[in-house]
Write a protein that binds this ligand. Sequence first.
Ligand SMILES: C[S@@+](CC[C@H](N)C(=O)[O-])C[C@H]1O[C@@H](n2cnc3c(N)ncnc32)[C@H](O)[C@@H]1O
Length: 235
Amino acid sequence: MKSFILQNETARLAVLQRIELASPLLLKIRKLFGRYIFSNIITRFFLNPKLIGQEYYKIMLEEFLTIKRFINANDKFFLGIGSGIGGLELLINRNFKDKNYYFIERNYVSKKVKYGWGGMVNKEAYNNLELQKNFLKINNMNESQINIYDYDKNDLPEIKFDIIISLYSLDYHYDFDLYTRYLKKISNTNTKIIFDTIRSDYFQKIFKNVEIVKSDLMTVHKSKRIVCSQFLDLN
Ligand SMILES: C[S@@+](CC[C@H](N)C(=O)[O-])C[C@H]1O[C@@H](n2cnc3c(N)ncnc32)[C@H](O)[C@@H]1O
């Protein structure tokens, strides 16, 4: 079975980033003991990294298939905003050769992970940038392809990107506007920006092109995945 290589601490991050990776038993425990104990104790000691590696691979492959047709062989610069440990980028790397990957993430795990809409107040985070880099390397991304930036250090990459991807992060947990000015700076007319949102109609006013590629109507958030290009107002 296809899988990512996942070490214990990284498996914990994957589960916090993708709660569907937690087994039904773990979810029951979370309900019984609460989010603090779940995030800080249970996920540290009761995970099976091998199984999580397989399941995480499966989920990321499904995600990859929703966006694959938007990636062109000539695209060179990829930016992930809130990519978590980066399984999706690993699959892009396995399918397209010699790309450069940039990541904007955060370097801490919230004490009491809550999965909700924070709006402009954006404090929730579940990552560790050293573990992320190690995970990418042991799963065959070359060190020279990896560029990781800490969102909280205010020193973000300023190049033009071809593809910008933010699954279940930008405009899902926190307001798109936190990144608007920055995104205008790092995109050109060909840049595709892919993210999940519950207000896809709103983005018709922000971008010239908006295409819905996936609808998660069975979940609490009822989000849609959209692929956007060309800001209508560049100021
Ligand atoms: C629900 S997880 C999704 C992870 C990954 N995209 C996936 O689909 O598996 C949301 C991620 O956003 C990150 N995050 C939170 N605030 C952020 C910010 N302002 N900029 C970049 N990433 C952020 C969190 O650390 C977390 O890894």
